[in-house]
Design a protein. Structure first.
Length: 462
């Protein structure tokens, strides 16, 4: 089977994602460094992250509904252009007195990022063949780690000159991203948005998607029939809430998705602790400079790239459950080693190597979770399921960030970062006990089981 990167539609999405991820990682690295250096406060730094997450919690599900209702390419393009406009507002920022503007841009950027991320991941299955979706998802994870490798290093180095060069580079990069997105050819697919009725059929890895995908929700079917008979019923907030509820029903109605989401919540709380305390850990425990903070953030992408290349090569031969289980468990072990190694040494080279290694299980875990959602959620509910996933993840990260801001000065960074490792350990053990680690394909949660036949059916993954 050809690699999905040979597909010009997916290749354009991949390149656009690489540019966007590079800019995103540059900003994610540079802004916290700038805020921490201006204030020397973990609480103020955590506030910056909380402001970034709050809009994501509020609009995550809305972004998912929009990705199912409207043209996903146009959503991606508009979100990228708005992101560029917001980055331009950082050009005049030169001191801590202008942190209010930084916080305002962070909030607006978070809204744009939610629509960009959801529409990008919901667009992916439209651009590749069903049998290529697992490999395409793995390449997207590789994409993110390439962006981390370049963007984090750029952020740490460029922010030494203030936010103005960071903002200028971001605007240029995002405009280039928008140009690539505009070149993605419109996929030839049936309209699968809510209310499309019989058009909501199709295929996904592992089998056909049933027309009714509302997790057995008879109410959802009645609502769709009412919308078809009464155009007025198809508009307004009631419909938006109903579609969000149907997307949530797909998640809560499937045991594997429920467990995957619960594991994601635990890991997201840990991630919230990490993103605030990473800067504090390197600056105070390792006595690192801005460039060294950026370098350590960057080298995590090396392990992620190695994992992404391996997963891209393996393609459909590797499936989500072992990725989730072993990714979370391996990440936990390496994280415990990193946070407690300063008792033995603070040699910077040791941490370059360890942070490079930890990117591998982190990328593998994320590929597993994303693959589980994309492969088990039927196509016409994928946007809403992804929106719910990001909403829940953002909310859980906010909890971790708030805890980091409140407890960092009292407990110090190391005990709280050890808590991050324990949360990943709990997620991995839960996945091992409930999901298992068998390398078997996933099928849509509401797929129609194949009818008995006298002859073997063809393997959709063959």
């Amino acid at each position: 089977m050809n690699s999905p990167i040979r597909n010009p539609r997916f290749r354009a999405l991949w390149v656009a994602g690489l540019l966007d991820d590079t800019i995103d990682w540059m900003l994610v690295t540079a802004i916290p460094i700038f805020v921490y250096r201006m204030t020397e406060s973990a609480m103020t730094t955590s506030l910056a992250f909380l402001i970034e997450l709050a809009p994501g919690v509020l609009v995550g599900s809305l972004a998912g509904i929009a990705a199912d209702r409207y043209d996903r390419k146009k959503l991606l393009l508009v979100g990228t252009l708005l992101h560029a406009a917001l980055a331009a507002l950082l050009l005049p920022v030169a001191s801590g007195d202008q942190l209010w503007l930084v916080y305002a841009v962070i909030a607006g950027r978070a809204v744009c990022a939610q629509f960009v991320l959801t529409s990008k991941n919901a667009l992916l299955p439209d651009l590749v063949e069903p049998g290529q979706r697992a490999a395409a998802s793995n390449l997207v994870v590789l994409n993110s780690n390439l962006g981390r490798l370049g963007g984090s290093l750029l952020g740490g180095v460029v922010v030494a000159g203030g936010l103005r060069p960071v903002a200028a580079g971001s605007v240029i990069g995002l405009l280039l991203t928008a140009g690539v997105v505009s070149r993605i050819r419109r996929p030839e697919r049936a309209q699968v948005g809510p209310g499309s009725g019989a058009a909501a059929t199709g295929s996904a890895p592992g089998g056909p998607v049933a027309t009714s995908v509302s997790a057995g929700s008879a109410a959802g079917e009645r609502a769709q029939r009412a919308e078809a008979n009464d155009p007025a019923a198809a508009a307004g907030p009631g419909r938006m809430y109903r579609h969000w509820r149907e997307g949530v029903a797909v998640i809560t109605g499937d045991r594997r998705l429920r467990v995957s989401f619960l594991a994601a919540i635990l890991c997201a709380i840990g991630q919230g602790l990490f993103v605030v305390l990473f800067v504090v850990f390197v600056a105070t425990t390792l006595h690192g400079t801005d460039a060294e903070i950026g370098l350590l953030r960057s080298v995590q992408g090396i392990g992620g790239i190695a994992g992404g290349l391996a997963l891209g090569f393996l393609g459909t031969r590797v499936h989500p459950r072992p990725l989730i289980t072993w990714g979370a468990l391996s990440f936990s072990g390496l994280a415990l080693l990193i946070w407690n190694a300063p008792m033995v040494t603070t040699a910077f080279g040791v941490y370059v190597a360890l942070f490079a290694m930890v990117g591998l299980p982190g990328g593998v875990y994320y590929a597993g979770v994303l693959g589980m959602v994309q492969q088990r959620v039927p196509a016409d509910h994928l946007g809403r399921a992804l929106g719910s996933f990001y909403t829940v993840s953002n909310g859980a990260q906010a909890i971790g960030m708030a805890l980091a801001g409140l407890l960092a000065e009292r407990l110090g960074p190391v005990p709280l970062l050890n808590a991050q490792a324990v949360l990943y350990l709990a997620a991995g053990l839960m996945a091992l006990l409930v999901l298992g680690a068998r390398n078997t394909p996933e099928t849509p949660a509401n797929a129609t089981p194949p009818a008995p036949a006298q002859t073997p059916l063809p393997d959709p993954h063959g």
